[in-house]
Ligand binder design. Structure first.
Ligand code: NAD
Length: 362
């Protein structure tokens, strides 16, 4: 069956890793027509728009996209294009597997965790009020009226919405994902002891939904600070973590660190109907154009994409090829070498070539 898929190369290292992933996916022989669309700084240069409507329309039409990372400047300028894509397309679930591939340098062996992050709410909702603005000062006064808490004048404010609707949706998704993928346990991670009306609501809803699944999936609760410590000390105790947006973002990077770093951590953003696959890592601007970074995270995002479009055999072949190249340790990028300065490390393109050679048996 022919598939039409939107390819968004992104910026920074995005185009390099996206191209590597595309070539590896093509090598599996799956019939894909790629529709290349722009978002991020390249789109801005071309169209004056960071996220052109045509790019969103292409994903809506094709239902599936593979996306490279896109830069978000800290504390100034535009809000994240990545977050805007998730919001615009209602990609409410972010699924990030963290799995050890033999040969990857890590303090841990045999990790097999999945982060399921709520993608639409929380402090990531982008509801912010800038320091010093009239509206912000008015808001501060109103909040003080209702809460009897003092907020310093000149504060900036970010709002953390958590709803019953979005929490039900993500927790149900996590349980259904667990059943479909033969997983055993879900841990809901919050800071419900402090943020009683937001994280507390998330936990309350998760507890209620877990009751529908008691026969099939084990359920437990953890506080996010303690979870960070437990993940470092005994990551094998966990299976699937379901979390509000910001904790999911932070613990995704921690889990990537357990399995060899951002170079090997893939992800998927899923909605009811649409899916955008992207690595956990960002656009690493300092490596842009150097043919240096690891394409694995993006290629493994491609593996998740192939499974999503029901091309499981191709997904297996691609994943096995990645596994072999990593475990042989020859044609790998600097981050997968014991010494990152090892002169025998290869570039992004050459690592992709090695993976393609495994697939095609050359
Ligand atoms: P980053 O993930 O881009 O890079 C941090 C470091 O991780 C890099 O300096 C590098 O050492 C390592 N790294 C990342 N990807 C790698 C790879 N493929 N191979 C080897 N090493 C790799 O994080 P950052 O520097 O905090 O963010 C850069 C920009 O990317 C920011 O603007 C940020 O907002 C954005 N970002 C985008 C996404 C996305 O597109 N979904 C995700 C995270 C961050």
């Amino acid at each position: 069956m022919k598939h039409k898929i939107t390819l968004i190369p992104g910026d920074g290292i995005g185009p390099e890793v996206a191209e590597a992933a595309k070539r590896c996916i093509q090598a599996t022989g799956v019939d894909i027509e790629w529709e290349k669309m722009y978002a991020g700084s390249d789109a801005f240069k071309e169209t004056g728009n960071l996220l052109p409507q045509e790019t969103l329309e292409s994903v809506r039409k094709n239902k599936v996209a593979l996306k490279g990372p896109i830069v978000t400047p800290i504390g100034e300028g535009f809000r994240s294009v990545n977050v805007a894509i998730r919001h615009e397309l209602d990609l409410f679930a972010c699924v990030r597997p963290a799995k050890t591939y033999p040969g990857v340098k890590s303090y841990y062996k045999d990790i097999d965790l999945v982060i399921i992050r709520e993608n639409s709410e929380d402090l990531y909702a982008g509801i912010e009020f800038e320091q010093g603005k009239d509206d912000t000062e008015k808001l501060i006064k109103d909040i003080e009226k209702y809460s009897a808490k003092k907020i310093h004048q000149g504060s900036g404010i970010s709002i953390k919405p958590i709803s019953e609707f979005a929490t039900q949706r993500i927790v149900k998704f996590a349980f259904e994902y667990a059943i479909k993928n033969n997983r055993r346990k879900i841990t809901v991670v919050t800071k419900a002891n402090i943020m009683k009306f937001t994280d507390g609501l998330f936990l309350k809803v998760a507890r209620a939904i877990s009751k529908q699944y008691t026969q099939k999936i084990q359920f437990e609760e953890a506080l996010v600070d303690n979870m960070a410590m437990q993940l470092v000390q005994k990551p094998h105790n966990f299976d699937i973590l379901v979390l509000p947006n910001l904790y999911g973002d932070i613990l995704s990077d921690l889990c990537a660190g357990l399995v060899g770093g951002l170079g090997v951590a893939p992800g998927a953003n899923l909605g009811d109907d649409l899916a955008v696959f992207e690595a956990v890592h960002g656009s690493a601007p300092k490596y842009k154009g150097l043919n240096k970074v690891n394409p694995t995270a993006m290629i493994l995002s491609g593996v998740l994409m192939l499974r999503h479009i029901k091309e499981d055999k191709a997904a297996d072949r691609l994943e096995n090829a990645v596994k072999e190249v990593i475990s042989e340790g020859r044609f790998v990028t600097y981050d997968l070498k014991a010494d990152p300065k090892d002169p025998s490390c290869v570039g992004t393109k050459e690592m992709a070539d090695a993976i393609i050679n495994k697939i095609t048996g050359r």
